[in-house]
Design a protein around this ligand. Sequence first.
Ligand SMILES: Nc1ncnc2c1ncn2[C@@H]1O[C@H](COP(=O)(O)OP(=O)(O)O)[C@@H](O)[C@H]1O
Ligand SMILES: O=c1ccn([C@@H]2O[C@H](COP(=O)(O)OP(=O)(O)O)[C@@H](O)[C@H]2O)c(=O)[nH]1
Length: 240
Amino acid sequence: MSEKPVYRRVLLKASGEALMGGQGFGIDVSVADRIASDIAEARAMGVDVGVVVGGGNIFRGVAVASKGGDRVTGDHMGMLATVINSLALRTSLHKIDVDAVVLSAIAMPALCESFSQRKATAYLDAGRVVLFAGGTGNPFFTTDTAAALRAAEIGAGALFKATQVDGVYSADPKKDANAVRYDRITHDEVLAQGLAIMDTAAIALARENRIPIIVYSIQEAGGLGEILRGGGKRTVVSDA
Ligand SMILES: Nc1ncnc2c1ncn2[C@@H]1O[C@H](COP(=O)(O)OP(=O)(O)O)[C@@H](O)[C@H]1O
Ligand SMILES: O=c1ccn([C@@H]2O[C@H](COP(=O)(O)OP(=O)(O)O)[C@@H](O)[C@H]2O)c(=O)[nH]1
């Protein structure tokens, strides 16, 4: 394995559910601390890190809609949940002296700065970790799509999807024991086979911008660093 990182700038997507750890709701601080230490390792390798955090551990807009409520309001609540998670992750990063800033797609100046592409790029260039909160800022989208969008905006070499499974399988491995894991697969194949590792809008956006997606497990510490060194268990979704 080489010491030179495979990517110089990455966008890390961590789901809200991952932050929940073994709990049924909310934030397990030990998980936030572990994600922070993985980010610190990447920074120590000289990799610029942008992060999009999900909100599913606290609120999802579809939960409101499925009970007959207003989807848009539900999505606003979901986006607020991502701000809560981003503030938690910033706290974990600051605890270990990693400089990190939260930029929100929805203005809330008392809590954090507002997102702009220029600001994000300038902070990353300066070596700060940028936590992108508030998803895309629009209802009917997901934080996976926000991750693909921010990855394109910051010129990330890859989008890292840190998730509960260790790659993309021929079927959902939680439901099909015979599912086979792919080492590499193309964006087109993921879309054509309907592999539901991410929503289709996110995969299509990554494909259009030629951004590889690296799917790996968030369950074990050190996974991000290992992949950045050229090893690790993961699936690379790439057209190259
Ligand atoms: N073909 C597939 N390969 C891998 N995972 C899949 C596939 N189809 C569905 N999944 C499911 O997608 C989940 C990842 O999506 P998501 O819910 O957004 O992330 P998280 O599990 O990190 O919250 C996995 O935990 C897995 O159960
Ligand atoms: O651009 C976005 C991103 C997120 N959300 C809302 O925020 C919730 C939490 O995000 P997501 O479900 O993507 O989180 P994750 O599954 O990664 O925890 C979603 O369900 C949506 O309600 C939204 O409306 N627009």
